[in-house]
Design a binder for this molecule. Structure first.
Ligand SMILES: *[C@@H]1O[C@H](CO)[C@@H](O)[C@H](O)[C@H]1NC(C)=O
Ligand SMILES: *[C@@H]1O[C@H](CO)[C@@H](O)[C@H](O)[C@H]1NC(C)=O
Length: 246
C-alpha cells in the first residue's frame, strides 16, 4: 500500500516537473529558439515551398525564354514599317505574335473532303454540298477577322486539341501548268460552326459554271493563322480535291 502510494507520488512529481520544463521552455526565449527551429513552422513552410518552387521555377524559365522570343519577334519587325494591328492589311505587314501551344503528334489536325469526291461529275449551275471531316480540331473557335486577325497565339483545349475552325475554297483551274492566282476564287466559306461528329458542311449555291476546279480546306487556329503542328514530317492538315463541272 505504502510503496504504491509513494510510486503514485513520484509519478505525479515527475509529471509536474516535465510540465514545468515545458512551461520554462515556453517562457525562456533562448531555449525555445533551439528546440523550435527543428519543429518550427519550417516543416509547414517547407512542404509548400518544395511544391511551389518547382512551379515558380518552371514559369520563370518559360517567361525568360518567351521574353527573349518576344524580343526576337519584335526585333524581326524592326525593319517593317507596317506592324500587325488585327486587321487584314492587304499590302502586307509584320507580325510579332508568338506561336502558342502546339499539340502532340498524337493530336495533329487531319482533314478529308468527303464530298465532292472528285470521281463524279457535278452539274453546272446546280447547288451541291461540300462535306469535310476534320480530326483533332476543336471547331467553333473563330475570332472576328476584321479586328482580330493573327492576334492570338494558337491555343489547345483541355484535351490537347487545337481550338480553331476551317475554311473551304474553290478555285477554277484554267492552266494545267501554272498554279492558280490565290486572289481569284469561285467560292469561299469559313466553317465557323462546331463540327457535328467531326463533320463540317456547307452548300455551294447557286453552283458553278462548267470547268475544272480545285476545292481545298484551310484549317486555322482561333485567330486565323494556319494550324501549327509539332513535327515537320507528317501528313497534311488539309485536303484538296479536283473535280469537273459539266
Ligand atoms: C530592334 O529594335 C530594338 C529597340 O529599338 C533593339 O533593342 C533590337 O536590338 C533591334 N533588333 C534587331 C534584330 O534589329
Ligand atoms: C491598321 O494598319 C493599317 C496599315 O497601317 C491601317 O491602314 C489601318 O487603319 C490600321 N487599322 C487599325 C484599326 O488600327
Amino acid at each position: 500500500m505504502k510503496s504504491s502510494f509513494f510510486t503514485t507520488i513520484v509519478v505525479i512529481i515527475t509529471i509536474l516537473l516535465s510540465f514545468e520544463a515545458l512551461i520554462t521552455d515556453a517562457l525562456v526565449p533562448n531555449r525555445p529558439s533551439k528546440p523550435r527551429p527543428p519543429s518550427k513552422p519550417s516543416p509547414p513552410f517547407k512542404p509548400s515551398p518544395p511544391s511551389k518552387p518547382s512551379l515558380p521555377s518552371k514559369p520563370s524559365l518559360p517567361s525568360k525564354s518567351s521574353n527573349s522570343a518576344n524580343t526576337q519577334c519584335l526585333g524581326s519587325c524592326n525593319k517593317s514599317r507596317v506592324k500587325a494591328n488585327g486587321t487584314q492589311i492587304k499590302t502586307g505587314f509584320c507580325s510579332s505574335l508568338i506561336q502558342g501551344q502546339i499539340p502532340s503528334n498524337l493530336k495533329m489536325v487531319s482533314t478529308l473532303i468527303l464530298n465532292p469526291t472528285g470521281d463524279e461529275l457535278i452539274k453546272a449551275n446546280k447547288p451541291f454540298n461540300i462535306k469535310i471531316k476534320v480530326n483533332n480540331l476543336q471547331t467553333g473557335f473563330f475570332s472576328d477577322p476584321n479586328t482580330n486577325y493573327y492576334t492570338s497565339p494558337q491555343e489547345l483545349d483541355d484535351d490537347g486539341l487545337v481550338k480553331g475552325h476551317s475554311h473551304v475554297v474553290i478555285q477554277k483551274l484554267t492552266n494545267n501548268n501554272n498554279p492558280p492566282d490565290p486572289n481569284l476564287f469561285a467560292f469561299f466559306k469559313g466553317l465557323n460552326d462546331e463540327a457535328s461528329v467531326g463533320v463540317l458542311s456547307t452548300t455551294v449555291a447557286p453552283g458553278l459554271s462548267r470547268g475544272t476546279y480545285r476545292l481545298c480546306t484551310m484549317s486555322s487556329s482561333f485567330s486565323h493563322q494556319p494550324v501549327l503542328m509539332p513535327v515537320a514530317q507528317r501528313g497534311s492538315a488539309d485536303d484538296c480535291v479536283r473535280f469537273k463541272v459539266v
